[in-house]
Design a protein around this ligand. Sequence first.
Ligand SMILES: C[S@@+](CC[C@H](N)C(=O)[O-])C[C@H]1O[C@@H](n2cnc3c(N)ncnc32)[C@H](O)[C@@H]1O
Length: 312
Amino acid sequence: MDSIEQKNHDWSNYWNGRTASETGEVFGLIEVETNDDLASFWRSVFEDYPANKVIDLACGAGSVLQHVGDPNTKELIGVDISQAAIDIAVANVSGLRGIVASATNVPLASQSADLVVSQFGFEYAGKDCASEIARLLKPGGMFIAVAHMKNSAIEQECKSRLAGLVKIEDSKFVERAKVMIAQIIAFERGQSNQSREDLTPLIDDFSEAQTTLVSLAETNRIATHLYTGTKQLFERRSSYEYKDIEGWLDGMQLEVSAYRGRMESMINAALTESEALELLNTIGVDEDCHMAPFKMDSDIVGWILKAKRGAV
Ligand SMILES: C[S@@+](CC[C@H](N)C(=O)[O-])C[C@H]1O[C@@H](n2cnc3c(N)ncnc32)[C@H](O)[C@@H]1O
C-alpha cells in the first residue's frame, strides 16, 4: 500500500471499529467527540462567524459541524480521507454533504467558502493543506482550527501509547501464539508426528512474549485485550477449529498495526509554534492570524488557530 492508501486504511479501520463496540472501545482515541470544552468552543465559533458555506476538513464523524446552529448556513460540507468516517458523519449531522478526499486536494470551487474549520484534522494532510485552505476561502473568509501541538498532553499520550504498541509488536506475541496453538491442537488431535517434548521450545517462546504483555497489561488495554482473548481461546480450543483462532489473532495483529499507524500520524501531525505560524501566514497575513493554546480541563491539548483570508 502507498502511504495515502495506508493512512486511509488506518483511519477507516478506526472508524469501522467504532461500530464494533468491543474493538472500538479498546482501540479508542482520546475522547474529543464528546468533550464539553470543544463543544462550547465550536458553538461560539459558529455564533461569532455566521457563514453561508462551511467546510470541515478531516471531519471524522462530524463532531464539529454538529454544532452549527445557524439556520442561515446553507451548505455544511465534511471532507475526510476515510469513506467510513464520511458515512458516519452524514448519518450524524443532518444536511451534511460528505466528500471523500484528501484535505490537500478538495474537489470544490476556489473562493467558495465563508468558513473552513478543522478539529485535530487538517494537519494530518501536511503543509500543502494551507494553500488548499487559502484556495477554498472567499477573500475575508475565516479559517478556524483546533490542531495537534508538539509536546501537548495529547501528543504525550500518543507517544506513550505508541511505545506500548511497539513493545507488543516487538514481542511477536501473535506470531508465537499462532505457532504454539497450531502445534498443540495438531498434537492433541493426533494430526502431528511431534512428541510433547518437541512442543516445549514453542511454549517457552510464547511464554516470553506473554510475560511482555502481562507487564504492559496494567496500563495498556490493548495488551490486556490481546492477552485475555488469546487465553480464553486457548482454554476453549477443543471447541474451535484452529483457523478460527488464527483469524482472531490475525485480526488483532491488523488492529495493532493500524493503531500504531494512527499514533505515528498524530505525532507527525503535531505542529510546533513556528510551523503553525507558517501555515497561518499562507492563509492570512500577520495581523489577521492568531494562535493560542487550547485547554481541556487544565491540560494544554492543542493549538487554536485562526486566520482571515487576505485579498486575492
Ligand atoms: C483525530 S481524527 C479527527 C476527526 C474529527 N475532526 C474529530 O475531531 O472528531 C483525524 C481525521 O483525519 C482524517 N484524515 C487523516 N488524513 C487525512 C487527509 N490527508 N485528508 C483528509 N482527512 C484525513 C482521518 O480519517 C480522521 O477522520
